[in-house]
Design a protein. Structure first.
Length: 90
């Protein structure tokens, strides 16, 4: 269960930091990049959860299909965050 603890720790640290930085108008680009880094960091934990069938936090069980669908969405969200960061620079 070390992965689960690591996942929650990363979620709290990067989630709070990215939210605060994104809120500051000067640092939107940095915030978006931090969100992309956060999503990349939790990807291995999500992959482990999907392979082992670990349910979502706060739920007793989660369908296996939902665990794998979550993995499909990560690259899309990472690409979206980085494309917005690039667009804002111009």
């Amino acid at each position: 269960m070390a992965i689960s603890r690591w996942h929650h720790l990363c979620h709290r640290m990067f989630g709070m930091a990215a939210g605060r930085i994104t809120a500051a108008s000067k640092r939107k680009d940095c915030g978006r990049k931090m969100i992309a880094v956060y999503l990349m960091l939790i990807f291995p934990a999500n992959l482990f959860a999907a392979r082992e069938g670990i349910s979502f936090p706060g739920q007793e069980s989660t369908e296996q299909a939902l665990l794998w669908m979550r993995l499909i969405g990560k690259p899309i969200l990472i690409g979206w965050a980085m494309s917005i960061a690039k667009r804002e620079k111009n």
